[in-house]
Design a protein around this ligand. Structure first.
Ligand SMILES: Cc1ncc(COP(=O)(O)O)c(C=O)c1O
Length: 411
């Protein structure tokens, strides 16, 4: 049954009024820009915060402009680790000393996967799935080609993701590493991480999770799920800005033995000795290779402030409410026009975004962007709707879906 625009508008208004996070959207730059009808790509590039604009000015004038090189000793040398610890506590369910910020997700995937393999000598297989993000697949293909490992491919349906039962069929005493995404970039499928960790460990293998699409929108408990390694980016729900540095997690149990392959001076024990020969720094610092991107770490701090304040549980609750509302509107307005839903309908198995499919979406996207409605497109025919719980309102989400409906009526 088609629900009218007026009915949905009053539902959206009621949801916004009752939203415990209703004050957060105004904290983002551009939230009052009338040219943006609906920003629905917070799962690709988060909006900047107003606090970040102030932080960057203060950084230029004071930290960099006045303290100059002294700031390395005062703060920056430890910033990847102190910020990593804050991210670990607020977002990752990780105790201190296991998380660092730096490099890109791609580079960290390489460093962690290579380092992980050396912890399982004699094993020859890496398990990965065809639905994983391209960079994850390519990095593992490169490592396998380089070191002579065999990739065991899982082939989940495009609309779904890997289950623990799927995984149990391919792991064996040959498996060294299982590398999966926590939330699938296309379907939004949310992995049952504790179950997958159990299957992985029962086979004696190690688990590496990509958290790009879950960090900042879904509850994560790396320590209690017994995940071995994790990486993720900070430019999506963590609003770090284009190309902001990624994060890496290495479980404390592995830190003494773990060695990554890019030996640089900043990850060496006592780097300022400038000594001959590489000796990994104690603890998580050994993941670092060269000089960390301090400028790129500024915006993340403002999002961590907000997550500490709001709590990830409330953020996930809002995210579920947003995607449930989007699906209701899609069912009423777009499914009758031939649109199909390619994301799990069960919110417990769905991350923060929803993908809908229709053959016209690729052609429609430039018109949507022109009209200030900004989702993104993922082939073969998917429009990804990625509301960000801290910055998106229900009214904004509805306004975006109304324009999509209008595109069907007046193409
Ligand atoms: C699951 C996943 N992994 C990795 C990346 C990208 O990695 P990088 O930041 O190195 O480009 C993305 C980017 O969207 C992603 O969604």
């Amino acid at each position: 049954m088609t629900v009218t625009a007026t009915e949905f508008a009053s539902r959206a208004a009621a949801l916004d009024a009752a939203d415990p996070l209703r004050d957060y959207p105004a904290r983002f730059l551009g939230s009052d820009d009338p040219r943006i009808v609906a920003y629905l790509d917070g799962n690709s590039l988060g909006r900047p915060t107003r606090a970040t604009s102030e932080r960057i000015s203060a950084f230029l004038a004071q930290d960099w402009g006045h303290r100059l090189i002294r700031r390395w000793d005062e703060e920056w040398f430890d910033l990847p680790l102190t910020l990593g610890d804050r991210l670990g506590a607020a977002v990752l369910g990780a105790a201190t000393g296991q998380t660092t910020i730096g490099d890109s997700t791609t580079v960290l995937l390489y460093k962690l996967a290579r380092g992980a393999l050396t912890l399982r000598p004699g094993r020859t297989e890496i398990v990965v799935d065809r639905g994983n993000f391209p960079t994850d697949r390519y990095v593992l293909e490169s490592i396998a080609a380089d070191l002579g490992y065999t990739l065991r491919w899982l082939e989940p349906d495009l609309r779904a993701g890997v289950t623990a039962a799927d995984l149990a069929e391919v792991v064996s005493e040959r498996t060294a590493l299982v590398a999966l995404s926590h939330v699938a970039y296309r379907s939004g499928y949310l992995l049952d991480s504790p179950a997958v960790a159990t299957v992985t460990h029962d086979a004696g293998a190690l688990l590496l999770l990509d958290l790009c699409h879950s960090a900042g929108s879904v509850e994560i408990e790396l320590d209690s799920w017994a995940v071995d390694f994790a990486v993720g980016c900070t430019y999506k729900y963590l609003n770090g800005g284009p190309g902001s540095p990624a994060f890496a997690y290495v479980a404390a149990a592995h830190l003494d033995e773990f060695v990554q392959p890019i030996w640089g001076w900043m990850g060496r024990d006592a780097p300022f000795e400038m000594a001959q020969g590489y000796r990994p720094a104690p603890g998580i610092r050994r993941v670092i290779s060269g000089t960390p991107a301090i400028l790129g770490m500024l915006p993340i701090q403002d999002t961590i402030d907000m997550i500490e304040e709001a709590g990830i549980r409330a953020i996930r609750a809002k995210s579920v409410a947003l995607t449930e509302f989007a699906l209701d509107v899609v069912r009423s307005w777009l499914v009758p026009r031939g649109v199909t839903v390619s994301s799990p309908l069960d919110p417990a198995r769905r991350g923060g975004h929803v993908t809908i499919d229709h053959p016209t979406f690729q052609g429609m996207l430039p018109r949507l962007w022109e009209r200030g409605v900004i989702p993104d497109f993922r082939g073969p025919a998917g429009l990804r709707l990625g509301p960000s719980p801290l910055s998106t309102t229900f009214t904004e989400l509805l306004a975006g879906l109304a324009v999509i409906r209008d595109e069907f009526a007046n193409p």
